[in-house]
Design a protein around this ligand. Structure first.
Ligand SMILES: *Cc1c(COP(=O)(O)O)cnc(C)c1O
Length: 401
């Protein structure tokens, strides 16, 4: 039997379940299991699993932890960030009207039911964000164009039916030509419209509220390394209205006691985390990979900062034809390797991919370096080495086969 440690990768359960022993250098991906859950959260989850608890009291305790870490007046834990977005929007529509909560999503009679969002913020994080709005029963009102939103676009999009406005902070959004959070809040607040911020994948737990947001929603399973969960924080009345949706549309987004306790523990661990030490280890991995790629024909590499200023760098790997790979072909070759290495490939059609160092177990950085060199220095190339990048959903349509 293979031994496992809480810090090492748990190959035994993957073997038992017939799962490939992947190494994740793509980031905190839902499709790869979301996060390496920190030990503090794992113990809290195990400890609470067999206990009865009064869930409102557990969420009350979570509210205090969330308030302390984020500076919000109150907060709660839900199934994921997408759920939190839907709940915050539904809350802005219903207020404390318990009957209206049960009437959503299709019966919005008498409720404010429009949500304004800059067009360049209508992202897809595995599902389209406009659907997280529509699930509440709200109508999406896009403001501006893909490349430019100005103050008047948002101001004119607001009317007496506007329930809320949604602002997205993410590398997924158009990174230029959009309004700043401050400008967006100023326009919305002048018309009495609350601003909900999707900050799913941001390190900074405080600044979006400080900069004017009324509610901010985070993922518990991204940088926080908690169990799959979402964290809602902000103005107490709006947080309460969102929480009340557990009696309505959010029933289908139910969070368990184990995820609440686990996320609370992850938040507390985040406060004590050795952020500087982690950063140093990540930088060492990036330099190791950059050196491994040095001098390989047709391959370039540069360390680049995170696009939304999270304290994280990634290695951008440029794949030119002289390497006898396309970026998509090299990404596939690495994913087919032993062990499989899954790179960050959302821009692969542009001839590059990224290596993200933030989800590595000890020893994995070295394996990634070896796998990179092995793929690129092999005499023969796989049959699809020069394949063109295409979005392909055929695998999804075959599941579970
Ligand atoms: C990941 C992500 C989401 C979805 O978060 P979940 O917690 O997985 O639902 C929403 N918005 C952005 C910007 C994201 O990056």
């Amino acid at each position: 039997m293979k031994t496992t440690s809480s810090a090492g990768s748990n190959t035994t359960i993957r073997e038992r379940l017939g799962l490939r022993p992947i190494i994740n250098v793509s980031g905190t991906m839902t499709t790869l299991g979301a996060s390496i859950i920190v030990p503090e959260a794992i113990s809290a989850m195990a400890e609470i699993a067999s206990q009865w608890v009064e869930m409102d009291d557990l969420q009350r305790a979570a509210s205090a932890v969330i308030a302390r870490l984020t500076g919000g007046e109150a907060g709660f834990i839900t199934a994921c960030c997408a759920s939190g977005i839907t709940m915050a929007i539904a809350g802005a529509m219903t207020g404390t009207n318990l009957l209206a909560i049960e009437r959503l999503p299709d019966d919005t009679e008498g409720l404010k039911s429009e949500v304004v969002i800059q067009l360049g913020h209508i992202v897809n994080y595995g599902a389209p964000i406009d659907q997280s709005i529509r699930v509440a029963g709200a109508k999406v009102i896009p403001a501006g164009t893909v490349s430019v939103t100005q103050d008047y676009h948002v101001r004119e999009a607001i009317n007496e039916r506007t329930a809320a406005a949604l602002y997205v902070v993410a590398h997924h959004t158009v990174q230029y030509g959009m309004l700043s959070l401050e400008e967006f809040c100023e326009i919305c607040h002048a018309k009495g419209v609350p601003v909900i911020v999707d900050a799913a994948s941001e390190y900074d737990l405080r600044s979006f509220l400080e900069r004017g947001a009324d509610i901010v929603v985070y993922s518990g399973h991204k940088f926080l390394s908690g169990p799959t969960s979402g964290i809602v924080t902000g103005r107490k009345d709006l947080v309460r209205n969102a929480y009340l949706q557990n009696r309505g549309v959010a029933r289908a987004m139910k969070v368990g006691k184990e995820s609440i306790a686990g996320t609370m523990a992850a938040l507390e661990a985040w406060e004590k985390r050795d952020h500087a030490g982690i950063r140093r280890r990540e930088e060492a991995a990036l330099n190791l990979w950059k050196d491994a790629l040095q001098g390989i024909p047709g391959i370039g590499a540069q360390i680049i900062p995170d696009p939304t200023n999270n304290p994280l760098d990634r290695l951008q790997v440029f794949v030119h034809p002289e390497s006898r790979f396309t970026a998509a072909g090299l990404a596939s070759a690495l994913a087919a390797g032993s062990p499989p290495v899954i790179v960050r490939n959302h821009e692969v059609e542009r001839g590059h991919f990224f290596l993200d160092p933030c989800n590595l177990h000890p020893g994995e950085a070295e394996i990634v370096a070896q796998q990179l060199r092995a793929a690129l220095t092999a005499k023969d190339r796989p049959a699809d080495a020069m394949k063109v990048a295409r979005k392909d959903s055929s695998g999804a349509l075959r599941w579970p086969d």
